[in-house]
Design a protein around this ligand. Structure first.
Ligand code: GLY
Ligand code: MN
Length: 456
């Protein structure tokens, strides 16, 4: 376990001090990982731009997460990080001579003093500053970041499993700096969620709600950690609905929004569901899911198996369906027969941090291995036992998905639901409530609920 992750909620501490501690933890992890893999240097390219097929336009740039773990730089392709135990890490920073684009500013901020910063003007100049012997380097990145191929010293990402497994496994444990960054991402996300709710209540289209969201977050599609899911009415039944209808419906009955924000490379991931004023029974269903979700968030405790939270959620959600008159059988029977999965067809959540779906969700240890998903639950993304420092989402949902309902109707359990009740709820699509929660040695920190409370 990561000792630094055990500290209390860090929001009040100062970023310099938090980063210093984060940096020390990264150095410790780096040293261990290199020892495991038998390497002397960790070499991490920030990544490169890619052309789209038969075109001269680039895909949006996405920084190598192994790079942004060290430095809060998300818009700097062609840069490199070199960490060698016992030495100050090098940041080889590409600041090209370019009059077509805005050139990245010279690096500045609380983190810069921890690095020997070397500014280069051409990507190839990095070669002169990389370690002498590429064979002694764990080079973590994508294939196209390779440098020097065809020359005497080629730096081709080798992604040694021993090194990657170690670093990715430990990335689940957030340092207090990382929690602070996620808290800032949450502030932006909450601000934007509130603007989106107001736009929904004003009868705007999905597209205009999305624009209201981006405007309030001050982030566009390339900066957001994932594509916004903005769904009115029955579109809420599509789990990853991203169509953004330009026309507002004649009547907006319900609104499901799953949208995040980024801060220095860290993500938040927030989902809320609203009914229009006087939403009646659908509002009651939202309230019931919300109350159950808060209890699930409270299960984010050190020692709790995340799979347990997922399986318990099935029972809790089936209980809500029973109370709403959708289920005609007991919640236990609905879970046992798989009927609960028709209404809750995804996992309870995932790790979060540098990536919205954080890596190593199934890692059995920092030496590899895999913890399988429970049988019949193919979409669960995290199977580890929770420990202090882990950050996860808790995102239960209830949906009325035509495809899945058709399957239920044709199967042997068709009689376990009241089809008239389903017809009443179908026009509202679905419900998902999602918070980002940090596990501690005591009560969990709910970044999302804190964010909404602060904004209110
Ligand atoms: N926020 C989208 C997801 O977690 O899949
Ligand atoms: Mn999520």
């Amino acid at each position: 376990m990561n000792a630094s992750a055990r500290t209390a909620d860090p929001s009040a501490l100062d970023t310099h001090a938090l980063y210093r501690q984060h940096f020390a933890e990264l150095q410790r992890r780096c040293e261990q990982a290199l020892e495991r893999g038998g390497f002397d240097h960790l070499v991490v390219p920030s990544g490169t731009l890619h052309y789209q097929v038969f075109d001269d336009r680039d895909y949006p740039y996405a920084v190598n997460p192994q790079f942004k773990a060290w430095v809060p730089l998300t818009r700097n392709p062609g840069s490199w990080l070199v960490a060698t135990p016992g030495h100050k890490p090098k940041l080889i920073y590409l600041q090209p001579f370019d009059y077509w684009h805005v050139v990245p500013q010279a690096p500045s901020g609380w983190w810069v003093d921890h690095f020997e910063v070397i500014v280069i003007r051409q990507p190839e100049e990095a070669l002169a500053h990389l370690p002498k012997d590429p064979a002694r380097c764990a080079i973590l990145g994508e294939a196209q970041s390779a440098l020097g191929v065809g020359g005497d010293r080629a730096f081709v990402p080798n992604n040694p499993p021993a090194v990657v497994d170690y670093l990715e496994y430990h990335r689940a444990y957030k340092t207090p700096y990382e929690v602070a960054m996620m808290r800032e991402a949450t502030r932006k996300g909450v601000r934007a969620h509130r603007a989106a709710e107001a736009a929904f209540r004003a009868g705007k289209s999905e597209f205009d709600i999305h624009l209201a969201y981006c405007g309030a977050a001050r982030q566009d599609a390339n900066e957001l950690p994932y594509g916004n899911i903005v769904a009115l009415n029955q579109n809420g039944a599509v789990l990853h609905y991203m169509e953004l209808d330009r026309e507002a419906p004649a009547q907006s009955r319900s609104f499901l929004i799953d949208a995040g924000a980024s801060h220095h490379g860290y993500a938040c991931d927030i989902t809320r569901t609203y009914a229009s004023d006087g939403g009646g029974e659908f509002q009651a269903l939202i309230d019931a899911v919300d109350a159950a979700q808060r209890k699930m968030c409270d299960q984010v405790r050190a020692g709790t198996d995340y799979k347990r939270i997922h399986l318990d959620a099935h029972l809790a959600l089936a209980g809500i369906l029973k109370d709403a008159g959708v289920l005609k059988v007991s919640p236990e029977a609905a879970v046992a027969t798989g009927v609960s999965g028709v209404f809750f067809p995804h996992g309870i959540g995932h790790g979060i941090g540098l990536q919205v779906h954080e890596v190593a969700g199934f890692a059995a240890s920092d030496r590899g291995g895999r913890i399988d998903k429970p049988a019949g639950h193919p979409y669960l993304r995290l199977t580890r036992v929770l420990e202090a420092g882990m950050a996860v989402t808790i995102e239960p949902g209830l949906y009325f998905v035509d495809l899945l309902l058709d399957g239920l109707k044709q199967g042997e359990h068709a009689g376990s639901v009241d089809w008239n009740r389903i017809e009443q709820f179908r026009p509202f699509g679905g419900i998902r409530i999602e918070d980002d929660v940090v596990c501690t040695d005591a009560a969990p920190i709910n970044l999302t609920r804190d964010g909404f409370a602060e904004a209110a």
